[in-house]
Each structure stands twice: as structure tokens, then as C-alpha cells.
Design a protein around this ligand. Structure first.
Ligand code: BEZ
Length: 291
């Protein structure tokens, strides 16, 4: 088989009348080369894309993504608080599982100081925080000890009490789609999973390596999810406890008639399918963390 490498960093070869192109990120230039270099270029192109498709299938196995409404993928792992069986150990609680790229890095440290300062509030919401990075336990422990001695903004003496998973094997990161090779092949992105007391994934948020999360937003999402369950309502954009909530749209002509006749009580309609009702803050708060 004749084979050579060219300056565009791909290898092309000719064997048994077939032109082969080996390159990770195929570009039009390769097709043009192929047209020039052999009448069998189309076969080579198809071969390449076939193998690329196979790679994608492999990638999906290695980099799976949980989906909203499905059971949270199970795993066992070592953490800074001992071994955990996830999510079974936290059945009956809400869980926020979140990943960070690496220990001893500034953005992650600012995040842990912020989340660490909010632990008691999340406990009141019946929510277990669980962190993860592709680092070992010794590194986690040393980093958390150092965090106690760092002062940043209003935070100091922060004791991170929630478990931090060691995931050197990347077993969990892969299961949860935390490894996104376009961003990094060895560091988890900043992923956040909200898992309900029945172990079902209810929301996910992903941030890149360079951007620290808004932890107030994470708290808002948790409160909104619990309020949805408690009152069977939806929340409009930027909803916060005390703001009006959205009531379901009529699903029959009779229900629509009732809405048009104003028989549904105290609701405000912006369209027949977009109506809100008051839900006082105290009522929302009286049910938080009660699941
Ligand atoms: C950080 O936490 O500072 C960080 C970690 C990985 C990549 C970029 C920033």
C-alpha cells in the first residue's frame, strides 16, 4: 500500500484501487484532493464518513448524556465523605450533582466557597449536594483543607461538608456527559444535575470551564422544581417565590368556555392559553423541602 502524509496533516494512501483518507476533522480540501488523486475518491469519502459515523456511535457510548425525566444513572464512588451508592443513598432527598474541572484552580475554588457557604440553605430544602472532578481523593482532601484558609469576597473559613467524588477513572463523568471533548478530554465541564427524591433527572445545566456558575440560580431552579411538584403550576421567566405562577391551559372546549366566562377564580390572562394566578411567597415557602 502506497502511503504519504501531507502538510494538511492527513495521511492518504492508495491500495487495491481505493483511495483512503485518514484525518480526524475532514475538510473540503480533502475531497478536492481526493477528486484529483483518484477516481475512487467517492468510495474513500464514504469510507471515511462511515468510520466517522462509527466513531460517533462509540463516542456516544463513552460520552452518554442523561435525559430529563429519566432515572439518574447509578454508580458507586469514593468521596471525601466515604463510599456512596448513587442515587440510592439519597432516596427521598433532592440531589444536586455537579462537576468541576479540577481541584486547586481559581474558578472552581470560588465556586466551592460559594456553594460551601450555602450548604445549610440547601439542607433546609431537603437537598444533598454532591461534587465531582476527575481528581483523586488525596487531591480533593488537600484542596478542601486549603479552601478553609482562603478568604474571598465575604467568604472565609468555609468548610465544605458535602461529598466530593473522586473520578480518576472518568466512570461517572462519562455516564453523565460531563466530559465534553470539544472543551476538554480530561477535565469535566461545569455540569449541574437536579435529581428528585425518586431519583429522576429533572433539570440539567452545563457551563464551560471558563465560567463560574450562578449559585443563586441553582437555588432558584431547585425551589421552582419543588414548587411545580407542590402546586402543579409552571413558572414564567425569571420567576421567584411570591411572583405569579402559570396555570395549565384549558384542554377541552368546555374548559375554554369556563375560562372565557371567567369561572376559574382569580386568574389574570394575557391570552386564553397564558394565564397566571397569585401564589404567595409564604405558601411557596411553607412546602419547600417537605418532599
Ligand atoms: C478554574 O477553575 O479556574 C479553571 C479550571 C479549568 C480550566 C479553566 C479554569
Amino acid at each position: 500500500m502506497a502511503q504519504s502524509a501531507c502538510k494538511y496533516n492527513h495521511i492518504f494512501s492508495f491500495s487495491k484501487g481505493l483511495f483512503h483518507v485518514l484525518r480526524k476533522d475532514i475538510t473540503l480540501k480533502i475531497d478536492v484532493y481526493a477528486i484529483y488523486l483518484g477516481s475512487e475518491w467517492k468510495k474513500a469519502y464514504d469510507l471515511y464518513h462511515g468510520s466517522k459515523k462509527n466513531n460517533v456511535i462509540m463516542d456516544n457510548q463513552n460520552f452518554g448524556m442523561p435525559r430529563i425525566g429519566e432515572p439518574a444513572p447509578e454508580f458507586t464512588a469514593n468521596t471525601t465523605r466515604g463510599k456512596i451508592n448513587f442515587p440510592a443513598d439519597y432516596a427521598g432527598k433532592w440531589i444536586i450533582l455537579f462537576s468541576h474541572p479540577a481541584d486547586f484552580t481559581p474558578v472552581c475554588t470560588s465556586e466551592f466557597m460559594t456553594f460551601g457557604s450555602m450548604q445549610a440553605g440547601f439542607e433546609k430544602l431537603n437537598c444533598q449536594l454532591v461534587g465531582l472532578s476527575i481528581d483523586g481523593l488525596a487531591s480533593h482532601i488537600a484542596w478542601l483543607r486549603e479552601i478553609r484558609n482562603i478568604a474571598w469576597k465575604e467568604f472565609k473559613n468555609i468548610d465544605v461538608e458535602f461529598p466530593l467524588i473522586e473520578d480518576i477513572s472518568m466512570n461517572v463523568a462519562r455516564k453523565y456527559g460531563m466530559l465534553q471533548p470539544g472543551e476538554s478530554e480530561t477535565k469535566a465541564v461545569r455540569a449541574v444535575f437536579f435529581i428528585d427524591p425518586a431519583g429522576v433527572v429533572r433539570a440539567m445545566i452545563y457551563y464551560p470551564l471558563s465560567l463560574g456558575r450562578n449559585f443563586d440560580e441553582l437555588r432558584r431552579v431547585l425551589i421552582a422544581l419543588q414548587t411545580t411538584d407542590n402546586f402543579r403550576v409552571s413558572m414564567p421567566a425569571d420567576w421567584r417565590p411570591g411572583d405569579p405562577v402559570i396555570v395549565p391551559a384549558p384542554s377541552t372546549m368546555d374548559a375554554l368556555k369556563k375560562r372565557d366566562a371567567g369561572e376559574e377564580g382569580d386568574i389574570a390572562c394575557h391570552a386564553w392559553w397564558f394565564c397566571t394566578r397569585k401564589l404567595p411567597k409564604e405558601e411557596v415557602e411553607s412546602k419547600l423541602g417537605k418532599q
